[in-house]
Design a protein around this ligand. Structure first.
Ligand code: ZN
Length: 117
């Protein structure tokens, strides 16, 4: 089977995100707003990131991109930064949810999932 690039779905930046495979609440922007721990990775979570940094990278994500063992600060980011990098993942059934704060910020938050192999 040919691996397709990750599917990208834009969601409201205020949306609470649940894993499409197991239903766990993985990211809650309201908690982030309140300064609480705002994400909780489930076994399907590939990454949790925003434009400034990765909060979470799974081993599957790292191996799909060949970045295992590379520190976040040492990642060689392509054009469009973390948004661009996370869109390069090729994994069967993978989906990326992207929420962007409206203009003038356009600050993005990204969460990726893939079914278990
Ligand atoms: Zn899950």
């Amino acid at each position: 089977m040919t691996e397709k690039a990750i599917a990208c779905v834009e969601v409201p930046h205020t949306a609470t995100l649940h894993c499409p495979f197991c239903g766990q609440e993985v990211m809650n922007p309201q908690k982030a707003h309140e300064g609480e721990e705002y994400y909780s990775a489930c076994p399907h979570t590939l990454f949790v990131a925003h434009d400034e940094a990765f909060e979470y990278r799974s081993a599957r994500f790292d191996s799909a991109l060949g970045i295992a063992g590379v520190e976040n600060d040492d990642l060689d980011l392509p054009e469009h930064g973390i948004d661009g990098l996370t869109s390069q993942v090729k994994m069967h059934g993978a989906v990326k949810f992207a929420g962007y704060v409206p203009a003038p910020s356009f600050f993005g938050t990204y969460v990726g999932f893939a079914p278990e192999e």
